[in-house]
Design a protein. Structure first.
Length: 249
């Protein structure tokens, strides 16, 4: 990979995360909002939609090696890596650049998804369904167990990313997309599988700020769970991968 700048990293992560959220929030909107072509087509549509959203986001963010997720960034830090990409050392400036770009990209992707589905938000009465387009929520609210669920699911994702160790080429992006589909189908039932702090926080902020008709609460009381759980899972994955010495050189 050619040497890139922090500016390249920033733009890459903004673009990749924005596409991830645009397509991911879009598939949820198509499923839950009123008068859409995909209304009530089910959980399988959502899991595959998010998987393909990851596929597209990873390719779009190839210059930064497509973290598009603070849990991945922090997992790489915990793994003991010295560089994120050639020429970009693991330090406070690069970590902040990655995570800041991911949050901005997630916010922007959510805003565009809202614009695409504006009429359908207006045609939907249930405020909970409107929030579901932007942010995750548990089926059984128990913050401790919800956090455990998010940590376990994110561990699976980040551990796989670390031991796969490749850049976006060959089957890399497709493989990680299929891992996300598998996580959604198997571990996503309790919480909606945020597995990505930016994926939940950026769109939740967008939900709070956008002029959505009768939108109700943004559920800030739950918002820490899809931040803390994925961070814990990602960091533990990095520590375990490093401890087992399973990270490709």
């Amino acid at each position: 990979m050619d040497t890139v700048s922090l500016g390249d990293i920033f733009l890459s992560e903004v673009l990749g995360t924005a596409i991830l959220i645009l397509l991911g929030a879009g598939v949820v909107a198509n499923q839950v909002l009123g008068k859409t072509k995909g209304n009530s087509t089910g959980w399988v549509l959502i899991t595959f939609g998010w998987g393909f959203a990851v596929f597209a986001g990873v390719y779009a963010a190839y210059k930064s090696q497509a973290h598009i997720n603070p849990a991945v960034t922090l997992g790489i830090v915990a793994s003991g890596a010295e560089e994120f990409v050639p020429g970009i050392p693991v330090d406070a400036a690069s970590i902040s650049t990655y995570i800041g770009a991911q949050l901005i990209g997630a916010f922007l992707g959510a805003v565009v998804a809202f614009l695409v589905y504006k009429q359908h938000f207006d045609a939907t009465d249930d405020a909970g369904l409107k929030l579901a387009v932007f942010a995750t929520g548990p089926e059984i609210r128990n913050p401790l167990w919800n956090t455990v669920t998010e940590a376990v699911a994110t561990f699976v994702l980040v551990f796989w990313v670390l031991i796969a160790g490749g850049s976006p080429s060959a089957l890399g992006p497709l493989a990680v997309a299929l891992i996300v589909v598998a996580i959604g189908m198997s571990l996503g039932g309790p919480t909606g599988y945020a597995i990505n702090p930016a994926r939940d926080l950026g769109p939740r902020i967008a939900h709070a700020l956008l002029p959505i008709k009768d939108k109700g609460s943004s559920d800030w009381g739950y918002s820490w769970v899809p931040i803390v759980g994925p961070i814990v899972g990602g960091v533990v994955a990095g520590l375990v991968a490093n401890g087992l010495n399973w990270i490709p050189a």
